[in-house]
Design a protein around this ligand. Structure first.
Ligand SMILES: Nc1ncnc2c1ncn2[C@@H]1O[C@H](COP(=O)(O)OP(=O)(O)OP(=O)(O)O)[C@@H](O)[C@H]1O
Ligand SMILES: [Mg+2]
Length: 301
C-alpha cells in the first residue's frame, strides 16, 4: 500500500448478531499479525456534557494514531460502534449526535489522508441503527451470522478438543453420534440440492429443516443447536463442565442437556418458533440483510 502511495490505513466493520465472533476475530487479527490493539467501549466515549463526546472521540483516535506512527502499526477497535451517533446512544441533543458523527468521520479521514498505519475495526449488532456515513467510512464490511450445521460441528469439536486437553474424559458416543448426525444431514442436504437442481443454504426458508423434521429418528447436537451462536455453544459447554466436576467424564446426555438448557440466541425463541416463523419473517439472513443501512458504499466482500 505504501509503495502504491495509497494510504496503509485499514478500516473494517464487523456486523451481525451477538456471540457470532466479531470481537474474537478482531482479537485474533491483532494476535496473528502481532499488532497491538486497544479496545474502545464506544458507549464510554459518549458523554452527556455538551462537547465532551467529540473531545473523547478525537483524543482516542489521535492517541492511537501517535502510537501507530511510533510502533509502525496499531489496531483501534471500536466495540459497539453504533453507540456513536445513533438513537441508541445516550446523547439526547440531536445536534450533538450529528456533531459526534462528523467528528468521528473527520478523524478517520485524517488518519487516511495522513497515511497513518492504523487499523480501525468497528463492531456492531445494531447495524440498522448505525449512521450510514460511518458505515461508508469502512472499506471492508464483514457480515457475521449464526453458524450453519457444518460450522456448528467444527465449533462443538473445538470445544471437545479443549476439554480433552484438560484431561477430562469424553464418552465416545458423543463423537459417534455427532459424526452420524452430520453425515445424515449432509446426505439430506445433497439429495435436496440434487432434487432442486441448485445450491441451498441451511437458512433458506425451511427447505432443509422440513426434510430433516421428516426423519423423526434424527435428534442430536446439530439439530438442537440450529439458531445457536458460537457463544451459546460455549455457554452450553461451560454448563456441562460444571456438571462433570465430580465424575470427570462428559457423557452424551449431560452435554446434550446442557446445550439445551442454555438455548439459542437467534430471535430468542425455540427452534420450532424459528422454523414456523421463517416463512413469515423471511429467513434470518434475509432479515439481517434487510436491516442493513441502505448505502451506496463500497461492495461487501
Ligand atoms: N465462529 C465461532 N467459532 C468458535 N467460537 C465462537 C465463534 N463465534 C463465537 N464463538 C465463541 O463465542 C465467544 C463470544 O464471541 P464474541 O465475543 O467474539 O462474539 P461477538 O460477535 O463479538 O458478540 P457481541 O456482538 O455480543 O459483542 C467467543 O469467545 C468464542 O468462544
Ligand atoms: Mg463483541
Amino acid at each position: 500500500m505504501k509503495k502504491t502511495k495509497l494510504s496503509p490505513s485499514l478500516t473494517v466493520l464487523l456486523y451481525g448478531p451477538p456471540g457470532t465472533g466479531k470481537t474474537s476475530l478482531t482479537r485474533a487479527f491483532s494476535k496473528k499479525y502481532k499488532i497491538p490493539m486497544c479496545v474502545v467501549e464506544s458507549d464510554r466515549l459518549v458523554s452527556p456534557l455538551l462537547g465532551d463526546t467529540i473531545k473523547n472521540i478525537r483524543n482516542v483516535v489521535e492517541l492511537a494514531a501517535d502510537v501507530a506512527k511510533e510502533n509502525g502499526s496499531f489496531v483501534l477497535f471500536f466495540d459497539e460502534i453504533d453507540a456513536i451517533g445513533s438513537e441508541r446512544s445516550n446523547i439526547h441533543e440531536v445536534g450533538e449526535i450529528k456533531r459526534a458523527v462528523i467528528s468521528f468521520l473527520q478523524v478517520i479521514d485524517k488518519v487516511n489522508y495522513e497515511g497513518i498505519p492504523l487499523a480501525i475495526f468497528g463492531a456492531t449488532n445494531h447495524q440498522h441503527q448505525l449512521d450510514s456515513a460511518i458505515w461508508r467510512r469502512f472499506t471492508f464490511h464483514l457480515n457475521f451470522d449464526f453458524p450453519n450445521y457444518e460450522l456448528r460441528k467444527e465449533i462443538i469439536e473445538s470445544f471437545l478438543e479443549k476439554i480433552e486437553k484438560a484431561d477430562i474424559g469424553i464418552d465416545d458416543t458423543i463423537y459417534k453420534r455427532l459424526d452420524n448426525e452430520y453425515k445424515e444431514i449432509k446426505e439430506i442436504h445433497k439429495n435436496l440440492e440434487a432434487k432442486l437442481g441448485r445450491n441451498i443454504s441451511e437458512f433458506e426458508d425451511n427447505l432443509l429443516w422440513n426434510e430433516i423434521e421428516k426423519k423423526k429418528q434424527l435428534e442430536g447436537f446439530l439439530k438442537l443447536t440450529l439458531g445457536y451462536s458460537g457463544s451459546d455453544i460455549e455457554r452450553g459447554t461451560r454448563v456441562a463442565l460444571f456438571k462433570v466436576i465430580q465424575t470427570g467424564i462428559l457423557t452424551y446426555n449431560i452435554f446434550y442437556n446442557s446445550l439445551e438448557l442454555v438455548g439459542g440466541t437467534a430471535v430468542h425463541v425455540k427452534r420450532q418458533d424459528i422454523l414456523s416463523n421463517n416463512r413469515k419473517l423471511g429467513t434470518r439472513s434475509e432479515k439481517y440483510k434487510a436491516s442493513r443501512p441502505n448505502t451506496s458504499g463500497p461492495p461487501e466482500l
